[in-house]
Ligand binder design. Structure first.
Ligand code: SF4
Ligand code: MG
Length: 320
């Protein structure tokens, strides 16, 4: 987040894990307060890693994470501002803790409530996510998946965050429940002026709720585009493949399983543009030189050498 408490910024270099996997490579992402940013890409793209780093659950070996102007590595308290909601609402709740313990214990430790105010504090959190405060004394197994996810959201909100990282937070839920939880996220955004990093493989959900879509491939951001332009003006060949817009890659279904080939291993990613072995437009330069993530329009960045070829007419004629 920038100097005037304006944004969340993540600037990262290589992140060696064990074995040496460069989960993220030169990621540079700034999120403004109140923005809803969708983060998409196949598994292995590094999107969960980026989310965990933004939420303070992982520390990059290199690079900086600034949250509301503060360096997250040096000021751990900033991480209360950023809370994470995971995919599996079952696994993220301790089965032995009652709802009031799950939701209220961390705020108690942080002095955000006290013994006397505990019940009403917890009740307010539950009411905000659409749960009857009377469920306070129940255990997680007594709830449906959607209700458990509401408990997780209440638990995150109980710490009064400004920023929520949602990692596939609706993926494990029934389709009818997914829409309810998405609506809850959007209501909470308006009510609490929340900022979101919304990690998902569900392009429709992302387009529906996000202001901006960031597309990752093998640890790099390949495109960053306003959500309204996502379907019509996607630039990067990988994004267009995800959208099923490339006829030579797209058989029938508009999903990314139709992209030619497997995502390569992040342990030994292809040289140059990571996407070149699967890209129908790859040329010599793509195999040796990494394309920079460059501004190509208002709020629109893309990392593809084709953008250096300044021949608009050729592109419009469909060679891209
Ligand atoms: Fe394809 Fe080359 Fe663009 Fe990479 S840089 S997406 S390989 S055209
Ligand atoms: Mg993931």
């Amino acid at each position: 987040f920038g100097e005037q408490k304006r944004s969340v910024a993540v600037r990262l270099g290589l992140i060696p894990q064990k074995p040496v996997v460069h989960a993220l490579d030169g990621v540079d992402l700034t999120i403004a307060p109140g923005e809803v940013v969708g983060l998409v890409g196949e598994s292995g793209s590094g999107k969960s890693t980026l989310g965990r780093i933004a939420a303070g659950l992982m520390t990059p070996s290199d690079g900086t994470v600034r949250v509301y102007g503060r360096d997250a590595a040096r000021d751990k308290a900033v991480h209360r501002d950023v809370q994470m909601i995971f995919q599996d609402p079952q696994a993220s709740l301790n089965p032995r803790l009652r709802v009031d313990q799950a939701v209220g214990e961390a705020p108690l430790v942080h002095g955000m409530t006290d013994k006397a105010g505990f019940d009403s504090y917890v009740s307010a959190q539950l009411a905000r996510v659409g749960l009857d405060p009377a469920v306070r004394s129940r255990f997680p197994h007594q709830f449906s998946g959607g209700q458990r996810q509401r408990i997780n959201i209440a638990r995150a909100l109980a710490l009064a965050p400004r920023f929520l990282v949602c990692d596939e937070s609706i993926a494990a839920l029934d389709v009818s429940i997914q829409a309810q939880i998405l609506n809850l996220f959007m209501d909470l955004r308006d009510e609490l002026n929340l900022t979101y990093l919304f990690i998902s493989h569900d392009l429709r959900a992302v387009q529906h709720i996000c202001d901006r879509v960031v597309i990752m491939y093998l640890g790099r951001i390949v495109e960053d585009i306003p959500a309204l332009q996502f379907s019509g003006a996607a630039n990067h060949p990988y994004t267009r493949a995800l959208l099923g817009e490339l006829p030579d890659l797209n058989q029938r279904r508009k999903t990314w399983v139709t992209i030619k080939g497997e995502i390569p291993s992040p342990i030994d990613p292809p040289k140059g543009c990571h996407f070149h072995p699967r890209c129908p437009h790859a040329f010599d330069r793509c195999r040796v030189e990494r394309p920079a993530l460059a501004q190509i329009g208002a709020g629109h960045r893309s990392a593809c050498h084709l953008n250096d070829i300044n021949d608009q007419s050729t592109r419009q004629q469909g060679s891209l």
